[in-house]
Design a protein around this ligand. Structure first.
Ligand SMILES: [Zn+2]
Ligand SMILES: [Zn+2]
Length: 141
């Protein structure tokens, strides 16, 4: 699929980081130097809408931020984001089991989900591991 330059730039900026970025973070990233021509927010939002619709990026509703997707999902795939509150890193995972359970739950309630995205807040393996080990092994003398 062909991407216009602004869509390509926005996608590249998102791929360059594992952190979710807001539209304004992206504008700063696209015009990092003083005097750079800054894209208008509406331009960036339109590029993001296109990338969202075509599965290149996801939106983290809780943060009003966007993150590049490394997977090629089928339409309606359930996506689970694990958001680390310590380092700000985001891991993406998929689960067919969970999707089946959620679809069933929504059907019982007669609910039509707009997006199949779950967000878990907490601490990533990287932050949880070394920090606690270090704390336990710190000499008390
Ligand atoms: Zn994804
Ligand atoms: Zn972390």
């Amino acid at each position: 699929m062909r991407l216009t330059p602004i869509r390509r730039q926005v996608l590249d900026a998102l791929y360059a980081t594992h952190r979710p970025m807001s539209a304004y973070d992206l504008i700063d990233r696209l015009a990092p130097h003083e005097g750079d021509k800054r894209p208008a927010p509406i331009t960036v939002y339109r590029a993001l809408d296109f990338l969202l619709d075509n599965g290149f990026v996801h939106k983290l509703e809780s943060r009003n931020a966007f993150i590049a997707c490394p997977f090629r999902h089928a339409p309606g795939d359930l996506v689970v984001f694990m958001i680390c509150e310590q380092c700000g890193g985001v891991d993406e995972a998929c689960s067919d089991e969970l999707r089946g359970a959620l679809t069933h739950l929504a059907q019982i309630q007669g609910f039509s989900p707009r997006a199949n995205i779950l967000e878990l807040a907490g601490r990533c393996a990287h932050c949880a591991g070394p920090t606690e080990t270090a704390a336990q092994s710190t000499p008390s003398s």
